[in-house]
Design a protein around this ligand. Structure first.
Ligand SMILES: [Fe+2]
Length: 268
């Protein structure tokens, strides 16, 4: 069975950047590749309504089961909307694996959730004052509304995922989150961005510790960072962090070529 894995398609922003609706190109690519299952690890667009429309369109035309967990952009809200309402809409959608693992076969189950951040990926040199001041301008602060602090939300995600892992100890697990679980997958500050501080908002080392506690996790998939990393295998698992990201960030010839580079196929 071939499972196509991808993340951070940002179809709305990328379509605006290219000046063309990129959804038909995504659909055409899936039709050509003919995977048996598609897993999208978040950030299809900047709002729940558009992301769900895209998911429905993809499934209608490709006729392959899609599994989806939201990324931070998918749950961004406008005006007084609640991010919990968006999250619950995703949870109810047929593509969701939130609190509802997808059994692939007798051997494998796919467990996943969005995750969040708890500042644990920031460089040790970053003070809480710096982190909280930079957060004022960070999109996930300006465009989300959870009514709880970041550490609490991250803990909700950890608890939900651990519950599913406990219930599926007898299976091999493909584990999917949007946010980054390992410090090896964040970039350090450069001349353009103060990443040492911004990494506070990239994910949580506690998610990585959770993954490492369960030896039956055979694949760990995530995105959120727009940096692509080669497939990494340790004695326990394979780590896949191969996001598409913003076309404007890359020197690309066509969207389709870039899309193909960002699709990882898991063969189980
Ligand atoms: Fe993201």
């Amino acid at each position: 069975m071939n499972i196509a894995v991808l993340s951070d398609l940002h179809l709305d922003m990328n379509s605006n950047f290219v000046g063309e609706d990129l959804l038909p190109i995504l659909i055409e690519t899936f039709v050509e590749k003919q995977p048996d299952l598609i897993v999208i690890a978040g950030d299809l667009s900047d709002h729940v309504t558009s992301t769900i429309t895209m998911l429905d369109e993809i499934e209608k035309h490709v006729k392959v089961k899609i599994l989806f967990i939201p990324g931070n952009h998918d749950i961004w809200v406008r005006n007084n909307e609640s991010s919990w309402d968006s999250y619950k809409m995703f949870e109810k959608h047929p593509s969701s694996i939130i609190n509802k693992p997808f059994v692939v076969n007798n051997e494998y189950v796919i467990i996943g959730d969005m995750g969040w951040f708890d500042y644990s990926l920031a460089a040790e040199s970053s003070s809480m004052y710096e982190i909280l001041s930079e957060k004022e301008d960070w999109g996930d602060h300006k465009y989300t509304n959870w009514n709880m602090d970041d550490g609490e939300l991250n803990q909700v995600m950890l608890n939900q995922l651990e519950e599913q892992l406990r219930l599926n100890k007898d299976k091999e697990v493909i584990f999917v989150t949007h946010f980054v679980p390992y410090k090896e997958y964040v970039i350090r500050s450069n001349e353009y961005m103060n990443w040492d501080v911004y990494n506070a908002f990239m994910g949580s080392v506690r998610m990585g510790e959770l993954i490492n506690r369960y030896a039956n996790i055979k694949y760990a998939i995530f995105g959120h960072t727009h940096e692509r990393y080669p497939l990494y295998k340790d004695e326990q698992k394979t780590i896949i962090c191969n996001p598409l990201g913003y076309i404007g960030e890359r020197n690309v010839e066509t969207f389709k070529q870039e899309l193909e580079k960002s699709i990882t196929i898991i063969n189980i």
